[in-house]
Design a protein around this ligand. Structure first.
Ligand code: CDP
Length: 221
């Protein structure tokens, strides 16, 4: 079974999906972390041009550790979970994620991963392109100011040097690229339930979504 949450950066998808995975005891899948890992690989390889990067893609080995409800990303044998949260990665991830060959590789990895278990996954195109038959689809959104505040606080708390203005600029640029790219743009699926988190506490939004999921599980059982 797969539950998906799509939406723009900072809308609360990842933290909500993580909380719900703990509460419901199902696995968490952070698709953005996989795109971030591919972007980190591109940086490690010296930011090659597209053709050269495509030649290097087969040697990119992604892996995830799901023990204790975690989602730890491994790149060619190394845990890169911290490295993928840097500004350097954030500044390039939307460009790397717009490449169809990269999307194909990440999508294939995700589809294989969810075959065996129940997952709650967050991303941009999960309900539309990757898992169009998902059991339950959410689309989370919030105002740009609130999304930027959340992301700024997260990055500051984890020691990444950044200003609020830079965070707003990065979110706006990524929103634009994610919504307008040709390959699987960020878009609400027709059958997704919209959750606007502006002005809501974290606990409120988690409780609202848990109730919807429990209701669905109850109906299906
Ligand atoms: O956490 P945040 O919302 O900032 O971003 P993320 O989920 O870590 O994703 C980083 C970037 O990866 C996004 O801005 C998208 O460009 C890309 N992405 C994507 O294209 N498709 C997905 N399913 C997930 C992320």
């Amino acid at each position: 079974m797969i539950i998906v949450i799509d939406g723009p950066a900072g809308s609360g998808k990842s933290s909500t999906a993580k909380a719900l995975s703990n509460q419901l005891n199902i696995h968490f899948l952070d698709s953005g972390a996989l795109y971030r890992a591919v972007t980190y690989y591109w940086i490690l390889k010296g930011k090659p041009d597209q053709e050269k990067f495509f030649d290097l893609l087969p040697a990119l080995d992604l892996n995830v550790d799901l023990t204790n409800n975690s989602f730890t990303v491994w790149l060619n044998g190394n845990d890169v979970s911290d490295d993928i949260r840097s500004s350097a990665v954030a500044n390039h991830v939307s460009d790397i994620a717009s490449l169809p060959r990269v999307r194909k590789k990440v999508n294939q990895f995700m589809r294989e991963l969810v075959e065996q278990n129940t997952f709650i996954a967050d991303g941009r195109d999960l309900g539309t392109a990757v898992f169009p038959d998902a059991d339950l689809k959410f689309y989370m959104d919030a105002s740009i100011e609130e999304r930027a505040d959340r992301r700024y606080q997260e990055m500051e708390a984890s020691g990444h040097a950044v200003t609020r203005e830079r965070v707003i600029q990065n979110l706006k640029e990524r929103d634009h690229k994610d919504k307008t790219r040709d390959a699987d743009p960020l878009k609400k699926a027709d059958d997704a339930i919209v959750i606007d988190t502006t002005g809501k506490t974290f606990e409120e939004q988690v409780a609202e979504m848990a109730a919807i999921i429990n209701n669905k599980l109850h109906i299906n059982s």
